[in-house]
Design a protein around this ligand. Structure first.
Ligand SMILES: Cc1cc2nc3c(=O)[nH]c(=O)nc-3n(C[C@H](O)[C@H](O)[C@H](O)COP(=O)(O)OP(=O)(O)OC[C@H]3O[C@@H](n4cnc5c(N)ncnc54)[C@H](O)[C@@H]3O)c2cc1C
Length: 392
């Protein structure tokens, strides 16, 4: 797919393309297409690649210059992300700091917090993890129980988080905790920034279906952080967290759709190779998969148009998320079908090829970033105006 972003950014686009062509070589080129939001594959290579991007000034393009960014427009950032996806470069290892925590801090942090944390994120010297979910609070974040109490000029944290992506590699965690013990639901929550490497933080890695160390349980037992490391206001953590989740569902969909497009092309090539072994019903579904990435393109362009016009996409981005994750899962199943019985076998030490990994990891896409059931509720209530479901 080719997209024309207009003459205003033509030179910038050329600069990005040239840089990527010159730097995506050697071991970085060998890892083309590797990684994903839920993938620890080739972690060290991907980190090295992120440092290469940092040295070239390609991280934080729209972040203010005073915090280490380049102060470019959102359109330029989108153009770069698009060219990035087109080049097939490895998936960035630092997305949690760059795409989630950084924008949240830019919007809600104090000048001192921004000066302290944003430049090392852009230099890939500091990695972050998102500590929201708990065993009893995922979709329903308002019921979370991990708590913190002020002791002099420090918060003392006790409780558990779960599914914290790459917590074992993170230097810092941004954690949503209950700071008012008498509060209920979304009141009395606070967003704290917590250094991971300290005696009161115990990180236990959870291995995913694809055999990777992807996320972790995090146990806090008297862990400490400085009293001023609150993002937003004490007791207003719900608002801060909702802002972050809005970012998570923002404008990353266009590059994602481009990578799905590549996967469909790969699927078609594999089906051609398998020839008559692919039944007619599977062929039909391959056509549907091809059409689904076209539909994603149109929806994503609409969302992008909204964002560039300065509007928040809102529930429409929820449709895009729901559609992309469910379509991608279908593509994964199709790829497994086309591969036939051989596709069901892992190599020695559970070695998987890229298609098998993509299939297994796609199963989580309808869970993280808002499960499909929750997305359907949001679409029903906020877009279609259906009656609200009962709330606890
Ligand atoms: C790969 C991956 C990475 C993740 N990374 C992180 C991370 O870095 N940081 C972090 O904090 N969390 C992370 N998560 C956690 C993720 O945000 C939660 O798994 C998700 O919010 C769902 O919550 P849950 O697992 O508690 O499931 P539950 O909320 O218990 O839901 C279980 C099922 O019930 C359905 N359900 C729940 N409530 C309703 C309702 N009201 N109506 C209809 N259906 C409902 C859900 O849709 C789901 O199908 C990650 C998860 C995965 C899979």
């Amino acid at each position: 797919m080719e997209l024309d972003f207009g003459p205003a950014v033509a030179d910038f686009r050329e600069e990005a393309r040239t840089w990527l062509a010159e730097h995506l070589v050697g071991e970085f080129a060998a890892h083309r297409g590797i990684g994903g939001p839920a993938d620890s594959e080739a972690w060290e290579v991907r980190l090295a690649w992120d440092r290469e991007l940092a040295a070239g000034g390609w991280l934080g393009l729209s972040w203010p210059v005073e915090y280490g960014g380049r102060g470019l427009t959102l359109l330029e950032e989108v153009v770069f992300n698009y060219e990035y996806a087109r080049s097939g470069a490895p998936y960035r290892a630092t997305t949690s700091g760059l795409d989630l925590f950084g924008p949240m801090l830019l919007a809600l942090g104090t000048p001192e917090q921004k000066r302290r944390f944003l430049p090392p994120i852009l230099r890939v010297e500091q990695l972050w993890g998102q500590g929201f979910s708990e065993p009893g609070a995922g979709s329903d974040l308002a019921s979370l129980r991990c708590r913190a109490e002020l002791d002099g000029n420090e918060w003392v944290i006790d409780g558990q988080k779960v599914w914290t992506t790459m917590a074992h590699t993170a230097d810092w965690l941004y954690v949503l905790v209950r700071t008012d013990p008498d509060s209920r639901r979304h009141r009395g929550l606070t967003m704290l920034l917590v250094p991971r490497d300290q005696p009161g933080v115990d990180v236990r890695v959870i291995r995913n279906l694809a055999g990777q160390d992807e996320f972790a349980e995090v146990f806090f037992t008297g862990a400490r952080t400085s009293a001023d490391l609150v993002v937003g206001e004490v007791g207003q953590g719900w608002r801060t967290a909702m802002g972050t989740l809005g970012i998570e569902r923002g404008v990353t969909l266009l590059p994602q759709q481009l990578s799905f497009e590549r996967e469909v092309a790969d699927l078609i090539a594999a089906a051609r190779e398998a020839g008559d072994a692919v039944p007619a019903s599977t062929r039909d579904r391959i056509v549907q998969a091809w059409m689904s990435v076209r539909v994603m393109r149109t929806t994503n362009l609409r969302t992008l148009g909204e964002v560039l016009a300065g509007r928040t996409p809102g529930p429409q981005a929820g449709i895009a998320k729901l559609y992309a994750s469910t379509s991608h899962q279908r593509m994964g199943h199709l790829a497994a079908e086309v591969a036939g019985p051989a596709g069901q076998l892992a190599g020695a030490d559970y070695a998987l090829d890229v298609r098998q990994r993509t299939f297994l990891l796609s199963l989580a896409e309808t869970i993280y970033g808002g499960s499909s059931e929750i997305q359907r509720t949001i679409i029903g209530e906020q877009l279609l105006g259906l009656p609200k479901e009962p709330r606890p």
